[in-house]
Design a protein around this ligand. Sequence first.
Ligand code: NAP
Length: 272
Amino acid sequence: MKIPDIQLNDKSTIPQIGLGLWQVKDNAQFVTGFEGAIKAGYRHFDSAQIYQNEAMLGEGWQASGVKRDELFLTTKIWIDNFGRKQAPKSFEESLGKLQTDYVDLLLIHFPVTILRKKAWLALEEIQAAGGAKSIGVSNYTIRHLEEMKKYAKVMPAVNQVELHVFLQQPELVKYCREHDIVIEAYSPLAHAKAMDNTAIAGIADKHGKTYAQIMLRWCVEQGFVVLPKSVTPSRIKENIDIFDFQLDDEDMQAIATQDQNLRTAWSPVHVP
Ligand code: NAP
C-alpha cells in the first residue's frame, strides 16, 4: 500500500501518516509497536525529547534494516530547552539518542511566552546547518503564528495541533491553508476518549470500516498529516488501512456537525 506524501513549503515531503509515540515509555511495548508499525508500512515516527523514547526509536530503526533515507523521524524541543544555547545542545543529545545526524522534522513543542522566539531562532540555525530537513511548531494558535512574521526568517513547514472530528478548529485550519503550513493532527482519535459517537459509528458501518478508521480518514481527506498512537499491532495495522476508501459529501456534512471543541491534551489557547 502506497502512503501519500504531502508537499511542505520548504520543498520537502512528509508521509501523510505517522505513528504517535507519546506515552510509549516501556521498552518491550515500544519494540512490539515499532516492529508492528514497520511491518504494517509506517515509515514516519513522531517522537519528542519529553517522550523519553528517542533512544528506543534510534535502537528500533537501526535494528529494522530500513534505510535512514526511507524513514521520516520527528522530534520536538522540550520547553525546558528553549534557550539559544540549550536548544542546540539538547538537539545534539537527541540526535545521539536517535542514532542519526539529522531529523526530517524538528518542532518547538509548545508556544511558551517569550522563549518561543529564542527557540525558533535556534531551530532556524539548526536547519541551516543541516541538522533538520524541515522545522515547524506545535500547539501554535493563529496569534502565535502571526507573531512569527515579525521575527522568523523561515516560516514553519507544519503546525502540529490537537485536531479530530470532535475538535475541528476551522479558523486555524483556514489560516494554515492560506499560509502554506501543513497541519499535523495529533490525538486524531481524541485519545480514545470519545469512541461512542453514533454518527461516526454509522459512517463506519456504511463503509465497512472501523470507528477509528473513519476518524483518521476524515483528517486525511482534509490534507492533514495524521499521527495516531497505538502500541497494539492489530490497531497499528488498522490505523494505516485508510487509503483505500473515501468519505462522501453526506459523511463530511454529518461529521462537520460533530465538533464539540473537545480538548484531550494541553491547550495553548490562553498562552499570551
Ligand atoms: P490518539 O492517537 O488520539 O489515541 C491513542 C489511544 O487510542 C490509545 O489509548 C490507543 O490504545 C487507542 N487506539 C489506537 N488505535 C485504536 C483503534 N484503532 N481503535 C481503538 N483504540 C485505538 O492519542 P495521542 O497519543 O494523544 O495522540 C497521538 C500522537 O500525537 C501522540 O502519540 C504524539 O505523537 C502526538 N501528540 C503530540 C502532542 C503535542 O503536544 N505535540 C500532544 C499529544 C499527542 P493502545 O495504544 O492501547 O492501542
